[in-house]
Design a protein around this ligand. Structure first.
Ligand code: FVH
Length: 289
């Protein structure tokens, strides 16, 4: 018997396996393309001949595949073997996919824990790799010590959909930031300014703006977007036009910038010109009943 099985040996599954091995655990692995297991076998992992053998080898099954459809496809031949084990699925997906997978796993007698990895493979095994978990409390508590080998574990609650909800929300913040950074570098780059020269300014500007985010949270939780406003939406919507015009004048695509402008315009049209930018969150959400 191994301590855990890792199913999926892509960039992330390989990093997860290495972190378990580094902590001295006995690990069984399985991957669709067997060649990816060779290097791990040399480090001490046991390579299972089939996905069913892999599941039968351990009480803890960690899955990290490309998408949820892949997980269903890969685990189908091993479903009878899942009974009495804990299935931890670290594949990226939606809250709905996680809840459906949880139901499927519970039907087959497994404890189901969904997970969101807030780290890239080289970070795995270190404290700053945050791994979000939700789903079976019993399954998580039984294996939390082993899972701590992967990074800092954070359990969010019994609803399996919570980990992917936090995961995609954190990714939404990241992609918003990355989109803005790409636009900034396209603008400065078109004027011949090297990215390396502009980046320190951009980083300190973003850090300064980040300081205002706790106030955003307070305003959004209170539903009050009009007290102590220092940069109202009406003013920001006017200034934003310059960002679009300057991009166009330099031949730079505005495709990343236009959706925000459209939301700002909608906010102004809805009478929020004197409110803070935080008021736009209500326009993104479905109307309150
Ligand atoms: N790598 C990263 O930076 C991010 C960090 C945050 C979390 N993500 C998510 O982790 C999942 C796996 O990502 P990955 O980086 O390991 O991805 P790949 O290196 O492309 O490996 C994909 C594995 O999935 C297997 N696979 C694909 N299709 C099938 C299938 N039909 N049946 C069985 N297995 C399948 C693939 O097998 P193979 O191609 O080697 O045979 C790999 O094991 C993912 O959800 C990220 O969003 C990573």
């Amino acid at each position: 018997m191994s301590d855990m099985t890792v199913i999926g040996l892509g960039a992330m599954g390989t990093a997860l396996t290495e972190a378990f091995l580094d902590k001295g655990h006995a690990v069984t692995v399985w991957n669709r393309s067997p060649a990816k297991a060779h290097a791990l076998a040399a480090k001490g992992a046991v390579v299972a001949a089939s996905v069913e053998d892999a599941v039968r080898s351990s009480p803890l099954i960690v899955v990290c595949l490309l998408v949820y459809d892949t997980v269903h496809e890969a685990l189908a031949p091993a479903r009878e073997a899942l009974s009495g084990r804990t299935l931890v699925n670290l594949t990226n997906g939606t809250p709905e996919q996680a809840r459906a997978m949880s139901q499927w796993a519970v039907t087959h007698g497994a404890n189901y824990v969904d997970g969101g990895i807030m780290a890239v493979p080289p970070m795995i095994g270190r404290q700053h790799a945050l791994i979000l978990y939700s789903g079976s409390r019993q399954g998580f508590d039984t294996h939390s010590e082993q899972l701590d080998a992967l990074g800092t574990s954070k359990y969010l609650g019994e609803d399996a959909g919570l980990a992917p909800l936090y995961d995609i929300s954190l990714l939404a913040g990241m992609y918003g930031l990355f989109g803005g950074v790409l636009q900034a570098l396209a603008l400065t780059g078109s004027a011949g300014i090297p990215a390396g020269e502009f980046m320190p300014l951009l980083m300190s500007w973003l850090q300064a703006m980040q300081g205002g985010l706790p106030k955003w949270a307070e305003q959004i939780d209170a539903g009050d977007h009009t007290s102590n406003v220092v940069s109202n939406l009406g003013m920001q919507a006017e200034a934003y036009v310059n960002l679009i015009d300057a991009s166009k004048a330099s031949g730079i695509s505005t495709e990343l910038m236009l959706p925000m402008q459209s939301l700002m315009k909608r906010g102004v049209a809805a009478g929020k010109a004197n409110a803070d930018l935080t008021s736009l969150v209500e326009l993104l959400q479905p109307p309150k009943q």
